[in-house]
Design a protein around this ligand. Structure first.
Ligand SMILES: [Ca+2]
Ligand SMILES: [Ca+2]
Length: 114
């Protein structure tokens, strides 16, 4: 090594399933829920591993739009093109159902007649 060369720092993460935020060995809907809970949260006081488990997928101690893009890419890589869009539709439907919890008749009654 010459005097002006700097040694490279190499960090290897032993991740069996990338973006497996609940550590169950799979990348699925539950990881998306954990990602969403940590999205845009302040993770700067956490360790890299703690921040990772809250959605910091690029290791800069935040969960921002870059992490979102990484999550989406990893999810589609694992489940196929369009899988992330399908995941969002399921999430949206579940949100609507939980909003209307206790009023299921509104989901199935259709438009009201005047
Ligand atoms: Ca998981
Ligand atoms: Ca990040």
């Amino acid at each position: 090594m010459e005097a002006n060369e700097r040694p490279l720092l190499t960090i290897e993460l032993a991740v069996e399933a990338p973006a497996d935020l609940n550590e169950d060995g799979r990348l699925d809907f539950l990881d998306w829920e954990k990602f969403r809970m940590g999205h845009l949260a302040d993770l700067s006081a956490m360790t890299l591993n703690e921040a990772y488990l809250r959605g910091d997928l690029d290791g800069d101690l935040d969960n921002d739009e870059v992490d979102f893009a990484v999550f989406k890419q990893l999810y589609e890589h694992q489940h196929g093109a369009g899988a992330f869009t399908a995941l969002l539709k399921v999430t949206d439907l579940e949100r609507k159902q939980s909003f209307c919890w206790g009023c299921p008749q509104l989901l199935h009654s259709g438009p009201t007649k005047k």
